[in-house]
Write a protein of this length. Structure first.
Length: 364
């Protein structure tokens, strides 16, 4: 292994000549050798300092040591570098407004368990954050430290033993079959309202999020051998395959041919000013449904219906496109039908004191 300084080209630009395991590569330093003597001395000194640090970094990687240069990076610098890889709406980029004032100029190498505990308490004390959001932001911070450990910027991850923030559970709004039927029977008022009606009902029978309903194109729909949606989810980027029940296919089948990039619900994205939420509220009121709900209730309704109908949480998780079965498990706590089945399967005690255990398939 060796790292040497080279000058290349007529302009004499500085490069690092790096040789590792017989393989050679050059790294540009992006500055040239000045013409005056004083400038040359300073340029060589700077190049030598960079060469020395680069050699230390390579040696650290080779022997699985902590990067002596990268570990001196501030936490914010590193977190912002990672956040730039994600959509601005993701948890890490959004959490930086809370991490910046707390972390200040703290270096990665100086972070310990007390620092992580302090950030956890800082998030919990913030009046602007709910428990669920605070939990997401702490998890994003833990992921940053886990990555820093993998990249050998820190010797160990100080967040491993720190408790997560668990928000109180709340019941996800969903519609019963009767309520979905009432929405289906309620006529729309206007073309946008009709697309909102059909789009929401399609969500109830496919579990698609509003973003996926908006971007659903005819190229995402397979007609043979059976109607099916195969789409890349906007939120996760993963593909999801959902067979279409006859009622779901009826909602979108207009008996016409379409181009693959043509949207199924074009009015939902016709202009930036389109508001798909207000027509849904109006539809709910016309249908006589008192409980409030938004677009995501369609996805919850699909999860509840499929889980109660099948009892197969793994299949439902795949239909929803969940990356972790734990995300789907929340619906298990909401399935009243399953609770009733469990209670109904308990042994029955007669007045005479005999215990009768009802076997599977036995009639009452």
């Amino acid at each position: 292994m060796g790292v040497k300084i080279r000058l290349r080209g007529k302009s004499k630009y500085f490069y690092l000549d790096i040789c590792i395991n017989g393989k050679r590569r050059f790294e540009a330093l992006h500055f040239a050798l000045p013409t005056d003597r004083q400038g040359q001395r300073e340029a060589w000194a700077l190049a030598e300092e960079i060469r020395r640090k680069r050699e230390l970094q390579i040696a650290a990687g080779r022997y699985r040591l902590v990067d002596p240069v990268g570990s001196k990076m501030t936490l914010i610098e590193y977190a912002e570098k990672i956040a730039a890889e994600y959509d601005k709406k993701m948890h890490l980029p959004k959490s930086l407004r809370y991490l910046r004032p707390y972390a200040g100029d703290t270096a990665l190498v100086d972070i310990d368990e007390s620092f992580v505990d302090g950030y956890r308490a800082f998030l919990l004390k913030s009046s602007e954050l709910g428990g669920k959001t605070a939990g997401h932001y702490l998890a994003a911070f833990k992921a940053v430290l886990a990555r820093a450990e993998r990249e050998r910027l820190i010797e160990r991850n100080p967040a491993k033993g720190v408790k997560s923030i668990r928000a109180p559970e709340y019941e996800k709004p969903y519609l019963t079959i009767e309520e979905i039927q009432r929405l289906y029977n309620t006529p729309a008022e206007g073309k946008l309202s009709e697309e909102v009606r059909r789009g929401f009902l399609l969500s109830c029978f496919t579990g698609l999020r509003l973003g996926d309903i908006k971007s659903l194109a005819w190229g995402d729909i397979r007609r043979e051998p059976e109607p099916m949606i195969k789409k890349r989810q906007n939120k996760t980027g993963d593909y999801v395959s959902i067979p279409l029940a006859p009622i779901a296919w009826e909602l979108i089948d207009d008996k016409r041919l379409h181009k693959p990039d043509e949207l199924v619900f074009p009015r939902l994205t016709a202009t930036e000013g389109v508001n798909p939420h207000q027509p849904l509220i109006a539809l709910r009121k016309r249908a006589g449904i008192e409980k409030p709900f938004g677009w995501h209730a369609g996805r919850h309704s699909f999860a509840m219906m499929t889980l109660e109908a099948s009892g197969d949480i793994y299949a439902v998780s795949r239909l929803l496109g969940h990356s972790d079965i734990k995300i789907t498990e929340v619906y298990l706590r909401m399935t009243d039908q399953r609770k009733k089945e469990i209670i109904a399967s308990l042994p029955q005690v007669t007045k005479e004191g005999e215990v009768k255990i009802k076997l599977a398939g036995e009639k009452k």
